[in-house]
Each structure stands twice: as structure tokens, then as C-alpha cells.
Design a protein around this ligand. Structure first.
Ligand SMILES: Cc1cc2nc3c(=O)[nH]c(=O)nc-3n(C[C@H](O)[C@H](O)[C@H](O)COP(=O)(O)OP(=O)(O)OC[C@H]3O[C@@H](n4cnc5c(N)ncnc54)[C@H](O)[C@@H]3O)c2cc1C
Length: 358
């Protein structure tokens, strides 16, 4: 029997597995998939890596390293740059690196997909998963859902919980020289160097972005869940084109789910035997969709509560308290960022409210 089964080896699951190794028997179900992500490490993520005494390997970094975010309001046509110390990474290599740090005593099952669980008694559950197309099961004392925005564990055990607002994120990848040759510098934005946050309430009540990655560039947007997301994304491209910014044929397209916890009660940390960390718990910034830091932090806080009786739910709630309220506080800035008139006034004023929100 395993003490802990972790579903998902993204930043949250891989970190928890590493922190628990040597303290108990850990099973990690690792369904490898490329995560649709901007690959920007905010200062909070950098602080967590430093806390773990981890330095990013060179190959995880990509150029350029943005030191400012350019906020572009399509409706008012204003552009402003705000200083912010971000680290630009290759998300796929970042996830591989975190998994590579997990000691060998953790039982990692690659390409294993969690299906469901069954309570055996008060002390344990039996989990079912597919591995190499075959159904397998294992007996475990605790189950941790680190399976991201569309968490199966959350849906199975906490279906009655209030869910954060759901978005579909679309990203298209372009060859940077092609985009650059058509656009060069527009409205003071340099698409080769700037991390750009694009705001337009006719497209989305969240935002869109461009991020250069070595010789490539991503155009992405988070759009409220629905069946017109692709069409809305195309509207964004048309709007950009009409403004003279051409993102024509991508060489790669990807989509993913994204959560936006607009109130603190949509964060769900778990119950006596089943716990949630990272985005599965609803821990992600509602103003910027920055979630890697919360994934690392929640894994750390949950690991801290592990003792001879296993995890401690009330200690986990207590540990996560500050993070939960920090995330909720970001919702207060949402009207400033996402309502056109207020955003325009803030951008005209030169105040830095947008800087701290992104
Ligand atoms: C388009 C987009 C851009 C983003 N950009 C940024 C950014 O620039 N910076 C930032 O900090 N955050 C960003 N985020 C948010 C960030 O990606 C997430 O918050 C973060 O990855 C959460 O980490 P996690 O470990 O909780 O979940 P995930 O990274 O989603 O990892 C979950 C893992 O669980 C696996 N899994 C899922 N279901 C199962 C199953 N049934 N069985 C086994 N395994 C399973 C998945 O394959 C995945 O490997 C972005 C999100 C999106 C959608």
C-alpha cells in the first residue's frame, strides 16, 4: 500500500512528490502532456524556487528576458510599459526539469491516467488508473489531486463545490522573423522584446498576450468558456490586423482550460483523505492567470503538514490562508484592469496599479 498517490506531475504534483520522497511511500501518476502556457515565471515563482534552493538550468531559459510588461489597450489605443522582473522559460523543459528532480524512491508511472477511486475503509482508498492501455489499481492512504484546471479528482470528490469561472485559453505559435518583418515596432511595442498584455472588453473580460520565445512568438488569449472561442480568437486577430499588426498563419495551435477564482470560496483544498493542490484547488491569480507560484507554494504547504498520521487538513488550510487572500485581493484590481473607462484613466495617470496586477 502507498501512503500517498499524487495525480499529475505538473509544477504542483512534481514538487509535492519531491518534498515527500523519503518520508513515505509515494505513487505519482504522470500523464505527460504539453501544457498550454505562457511560460513566464513571476517573482513569486522565483521566490519559491529560491526557497527550495533550486536554480533554473540554462536550457530552461529562453530569450528575451522581459523586464517590463507592455499593456496595450485596444479600445483606447494607449500603450504603457510597467517594470516587472519576469523570467521567460520553455514550459515543457521546466516541467521535465521539475520531474527530473524527484528522487528514485518515488514510484513514477508514466502515461498513467487517473480514472476514479473507491473508499475501502476509513483508512484507505483504492484508486483506478490506466497504464499502457490497461486498467490498474492500487491501495493508498491519501490521494492528492494535482491534475490542473479540469481536475478529475476535484470533479469526482468535490462536485458540489463552487467552481472558479472557466476559460478556454488559445495560443498560436508563429515564427518571429515573419511576424517581425510585417510589424516591426507598433505603438511603441517591440514584439521581439516585449511581453505584451492586450486588453479589449469586446474580445474577452480577461486578456490576450504576445510573448517572444527565442525565434518564435506566441499570441494567446483567455476567452470565457463557450462554443465560440475559436471565432472570438479570430476576431482578435482581425482586430489586430486592422490596427496594422499581422499574426497570419501559425505553425502550431494549442488550447487548454484555465480557471479564474473570482471569490475565495471557489478554492477547494480537500477533505480527510483527498487533497487538492495547484490549479486543481483553484489556486491561480484571477488577474493575470499566473499559477506556477501557487502550484509550488501549495505543494510546499501541504508537504509541511505531513506527519505520522498523514496530512493534516486544518494545518493545510491555515498554511494556505495568506495565499488564498492574496489571490482574492487581486480581484479588487479587476475593475481597474478590465473595465475600459477605468483602465484608460489609470493608464493616462501613470499610476502603477496595472503593474502590480499583472
Ligand atoms: C494559456 C495559459 C497560459 C498560462 N501562462 C502562465 C504563465 O505564463 N505563468 C504562470 O505562472 N502561469 C501560467 N498559467 C497558469 C499555469 O500554467 C498553471 O496555473 C499551472 O501550470 C498549474 O500547475 P499545476 O501543477 O497545478 O497543474 P498543471 O500544470 O496543469 O499540471 C497538471 C498535470 O496533471 C496531468 N493530469 C491531468 N489529468 C490527469 C489524470 N487524470 N491522470 C494523470 N495525470 C493527469 C496533466 O497532464 C498535467 O501534467 C497559464 C495557463 C494557461 C492555460
Amino acid at each position: 500500500m502507498y501512503d500517498v498517490a499524487i495525480v499529475g506531475a505538473g509544477p504542483a504534483g512534481a514538487t509535492l512528490a519531491r518534498l515527500l520522497s523519503g518520508r513515505c511511500r509515494v505513487l505519482l501518476l504522470h500523464h505527460q502532456r504539453n501544457k498550454c502556457c505562457g511560460g513566464i515565471l513571476a517573482p513569486e515563482s522565483q521566490k519559491m524556487l529560491a526557497k527550495f534552493d533550486l536554480a533554473l538550468p540554462h536550457e530552461v531559459l529562453v530569450d528575451p528576458q522581459p523586464f517590463a510588461v507592455a499593456v496595450w489597450d485596444l479600445q483606447s489605443q494607449l500603450v504603457r510599459h510597467y517594470a516587472r522582473q519576469y523570467v521567460n522559460i520553455n514550459r515543457k523543459l521546466f516541467d521535465h526539469w521539475l520531474v527530473s528532480l524527484i528522487p528514485a524512491n518515488v514510484d513514477i508511472r508514466t502515461d498513467a491516467i487517473y480514472r476514479h477511486s473507491q473508499h475501502i475503509n476509513k483508512e484507505s482508498l483504492e484508486i483506478f488508473f490506466t497504464e499502457n492501455q490497461e486498467i490498474r489499481s492500487e491501495r493508498v492512504r491519501f490521494l492528492v489531486g494535482a491534475d490542473g484546471a479540469f481536475s478529475r479528482v476535484r470533479r469526482e470528490f468535490f462536485a458540489n463545490y463552487q467552481n472558479p469561472k472557466r476559460y478556454i485559453a488559445l495560443q498560436e505559435w508563429f515564427e518571429l522573423p515573419t511576424v517581425w518583418s510585417k510589424n516591426s515596432t507598433k505603438n511603441g511595442i517591440d514584439f521581439r522584446n516585449d511581453y505584451v498584455g492586450i486588453f479589449d472588453s469586446d474580445i474577452t473580460d480577461f486578456y490576450a498576450w504576445t510573448i517572444p520565445k527565442n525565434e518564435q512568438i506566441i499570441l494567446g488569449s483567455a476567452i470565457p468558456y463557450g462554443n465560440r472561442t475559436r471565432e472570438i480568437f479570430e476576431q482578435l486577430k482581425t482586430k489586430l490586423k486592422n490596427l496594422g499588426v499581422h499574426f497570419d498563419e501559425p505553425f502550431y495551435r494549442e488550447t487548454g482550460s484555465l480557471l479564474r477564482p473570482l471569490n475565495p470560496f471557489s478554492v477547494c483544498l480537500g477533505s480527510d483523505r483527498v487533497f487538492l493542490i495547484g490549479e486543481a484547488a483553484g489556486l491561480i491569480s484571477p488577474s493575470s492567470a499566473e499559477g506556477i507560484s501557487s502550484a509550488l507554494t501549495s505543494a510546499y504547504y501541504l508537504a509541511q503538514t505531513f506527519g505520522s498520521n498523514g496530512f493534516n487538513l486544518s494545518a493545510y488550510h491555515k498554511n494556505i490562508g495568506l495565499l488564498r487572500w492574496q489571490l482574492w485581493l487581486k480581484t479588487i484590481k479587476i475593475p481597474i484592469m478590465f473595465y475600459p473607462w477605468l483602465r484608460k484613466q489609470i493608464m493616462l495617470s501613470g499610476l502603477t496599479a496595472l503593474d502590480h496586477s499583472l
